[in-house]
Structure formats: C-alpha cells, structure tokens
Ligand binder design. Structure first.
Ligand code: MG
Length: 350
C-alpha cells in the first residue's frame, strides 16, 4: 500500500480552557493509505498530560521511520501492521491515524459504512455532549447560549478543576444553570484538577445541582484515591486521563463506573473495540470522547457510537475552518451515515 501524510491547521471558534491550560487551535495530521484503487483516511491530534506528550512533529517522525515497512503490507493485513507499529513503539495517535485509514479503506473497498460492516444498530446512538470550558461566569453564559443555538438537543459537559479553586468551579455551574434549560443534561469533567477532599465536596454539591456524572476528578497517578471517593460519591465516576487502553480498564474496574475511550489516546478503532468489550466484561459504562479533532477522526468514533452509553464528540463543532465534513447534528445526535468507510468528505477549507 502507499502511505501519505500531511499536517493541517484547525482554528477554534471559542478557545477552550481546561484545568491544564488554554487552546485556541491545533495542528493535526491527515494520513492516507492507498491500494487497489481505493484510498482510506485517518487523523491524529496532539494531546499531553502527566509526562505523556504527542504532537504533529512526533507523529510525522514516526510515520517517516516506518513508511518502508508499512508500505510493504496490504491494508487488509491489519494484524501485521499493528505488530509493526507496536514493535516500533509508535505513539498511539500515529497508530490511530493509520488504523482509521485502514478501516476507511476497507469500508470504501466493500462499499459499506463501518457501522454496517460491524452489524451495529445506529438507532441506539446516544446524544452527544458539547463542551463548556473554564471561564468567567459571563463568558460561560455566552458559551452556553452559543451552544444552545448551534447544537440544540445536546448535553452540556462543563469543565471544572479550575486553578482558582472550588468556589470558582461553583460559580461556573451557577452561570450555566442561569441560562441553560432545566431539562438539559449536565456533565462535569475536572481533568484531574481536584484533590481527594475537594473531589468529595464537589461530587456531593454537583449531585445537588443535578449533574449526572463526574469525569476524571483526580489526576492520573492518584487512582488509589478513587476508591474512597467512589464510596462517598453520589455521582458515577468516569476515568479519562487514567485510562489509556485495555490494560488500564482492568486496574480501574473496582474504582470507577465508566471509562472515556478516545481513538487517538488508545491507538485507533481496533483497540477501541477491544476496550469496549473489556469494559462490558468489567461492568463499566463506555463513553466515546475526543481531543481537538476535525470531522475526520470524529467520524471514525461515530461509527462505534451505537456501542457507547455516553458520547462527547464535539470538537469539530467548535472549529472555524472545515477541512473535512461528516454527518450533521440531528436533535443532539450524530447518527452514523450511509457513505462507505468513515463517511467523511473533503470540506471547503482543504
Ligand atoms: Mg476528559
């Protein structure tokens, strides 16, 4: 197969602030594999926390190193391709982009969208949440109003864990509740911004505010503290930064209620499917989430979305430029479409 790759820029409509910092744009990588007259596409986006760092430069370097070995294989030889990437310790984002492209190729070669190839029922796709970052209360209200206009029917995922402390976090929730309709589902992601005492206090308070779950209350590395937190918390707990792949699920099974799977974090659709089965076996709920991704890799996650209980696939809805297009929101849901493969097309800005 031939493999090609290039970077592209995404500019956010609203800069997003979480507990670790602010992002107004991103440089992602577009990967294309070609064979037998068909071309499959994949994408990766940067992410970093607790000593993990991946970006476009690192992705391109690894793709260049493995290009001769990868090009000696056919897109249907996914197992061999994954062995090559694992042996070379290729970062998860680069592996994810290649894996997505292989599945996109297979869907195009067979003329079927992936959800159909996998036998999934798209009607079970849950609504997605859209993200409200950490900000002053007036800016939070402006962000919520914009989402209510542009993404009706979605849940709101509110970023907390502000370095300004728990009172500031409470002011964000109060601002959201001033402008959001009472029946809109509210979810919270602290991105590891609390300590155990603060997390206990906030889980109690957020339950009273009608929030439905809390994601990554404690930083990666503090998983032992999830045990007492879960014993006291009236809200379900989800792991994101603490859960990279299948191996982490087994370690977390007795201390969280669900896991957030991201294709770029775990290494692609192949590993994500393994994670979903592992989570089901451990009795954990599955959320599918994203980094600062375009519609290309969001479309890959959408193909799996009928298997998730919770979706957080909104990054492409916060981009000014549109390099790729996928399905549009229908009453809060991103239903997998009928185009083959990932179901993604070139957008007006590519
Ligand atoms: Mg998260």
């Amino acid at each position: 197969m031939q493999i090609e790759y290039q970077t592209f820029q995404l500019i956010k409509r609203f800069a997003l602030t979480i507990s670790r910092g602010t992002s107004a744009g991103t440089t992602n990588v577009w990967v294309r594999v070609g064979a037998d007259g068909y071309e499959g596409w994949g994408e990766t986006a940067p992410f970093s926390w607790s000593g993990i760092h991946q970006d476009a430069e690192i992705t391109i370097k690894h793709l260049q190193q493995l290009q001769p070995q990868l090009e000696s294989l056919h897109p249907l030889e996914r197992e061999k391709i994954h062995q090559v990437m694992a042996t070379a310790h290729m970062p998860s984002g680069a592996r994810a982009a290649v894996d997505m492209a292989l599945f996109d190729w297979m869907g195009k070669a067979t003329g079927l969208p992936l959800w159909k190839l996998w036998g999934l029922d798209r009607e079970t796709t849950p609504i997605t949440s859209v993200t409200v970052g950490i900000n002053e209360p007036e800016q939070v209200k402006e962000r919520v109003r914009d989402w209510l206009e542009h993404a009706p029917g979605c849940a709101l995922k509110i970023k907390l864990g502000s370095p300004k402390g728990l009172d500031f976090d409470r002011s964000i929730i109060q601002a959201v509740k001033e402008v959001a309709p009472a029946d809109i589902p509210l979810r919270v992601d602290a991105n590891g911004g609390w300590d155990l005492a603060g997390a206990k206090e906030m889980c109690d308070w957020l339950a009273d505010q009608g929030v439905t779950y809390v994601e990554q209350p404690l930083a990666r590395g503090q998983e032992d503290d999830l045990i007492p937190l879960r014993q006291s918390s009236p809200l379900p707990l989800f792991a994101d930064e603490s859960c990279l792949d299948r191996a982490d699920i087994v370690k977390l099974a007795d201390r969280v209620d669900g896991i957030n799977i991201k294709l770029i974090k775990c290494g692609g659709l192949t590993e994500a499917m393994g994670m979903i089965k592992t989570a089901q076996a451990c009795g954990l709920q599955v959320m599918l989430g994203c980094f600062s991704e375009s519609a290309l890799s969001i479309q890959a996650a959408i193909q799996l979305s009928p298997l998730a209980q919770t979706l957080d696939l909104d990054s492409h809805l916060n981009m000014k430029n549109i390099p790729f297009e996928g399905v549009s929101l229908q009453e809060g849901r991103l239903l997998p479409g009928d185009l083959p493969g990932l179901g993604v097309k070139k957008g007006k800005d590519l």
